[in-house]
Design a protein around this ligand. Sequence first.
Ligand code: ADP
Ligand code: MG
Length: 239
Amino acid sequence: MGNSIEVKDLTLNFGSVSVLKNMNLDVAEGEFVVLLGPSGCGKSTLLNCLAGLLDITDGQIWIKGKNVTWAEPSDRGIGMVFQSYALYPQMTVRGNLSFGLKNARVPQGEIDKRIARAAEILQIQPLLDRKPAALSGGQRQRVAIGRALVRDVDVFLFDEPLSNLDAKLRSELRVEIKRLHNQLGNTMVYVTHDQIEALTLADRIAVMKGGVIQQLAAPLEIYNRPANLFVAGFLGSPS
Ligand code: ADP
Ligand code: MG
């Protein structure tokens, strides 16, 4: 299987501050890679670079064999889910799910089909005609995931999608995200600072500190053979 995402010598500076430092990362097709690290280490910045929401300072980003370093976000074949749900409050769930597709001139029949499928997978059929204000936090985050799902892309980027939820919902949705990945076989890059999430979801974990990947390996490998004291300490400390 080929690589779905290739990050080559990526550097991102904000002014004179280097936030990502000459980073390299390959994600295989269908792989679930978790970016794990403390607040401020550059996880969101890396995701935003992949999504095309930030101009990088140096290096290249390839997605599915295409150099997308300077491609528009909508041309990268990715779907992104943010930490805050960012749903349109005046629209119903159905409206939120169809908005991006209408803009992309996807035919209505196809929109309906994709919404029905996403709603079934995420079990939000009964919510389609409600507005976000009438939903719980967990339901809103499902809709946010649904918005990535209906785009019918192979690569999903998740930025701490569960961090605003309580512990019970977090563990429920964690299981669902795992199931979703098993079912769809898509490529996932998932940001978290939660060790449990990383250990249970990831095929491989990239442990980050200060804009540098400290170790990139399978969860057990990282847990049993941490590359350095930082990795050992971070995995061992309670979240
Ligand atoms: P994480 O998601 O791992 O918590 P971020 O990627 O959000 O970290 O941020 C990494 C670093 O970049 C932090 O030091 C942050 O203050 C800085 N940073 C993030 N966005 C900007 C910006 N727009 N301008 C300047 N500095 C930023
Ligand atoms: Mg972040």
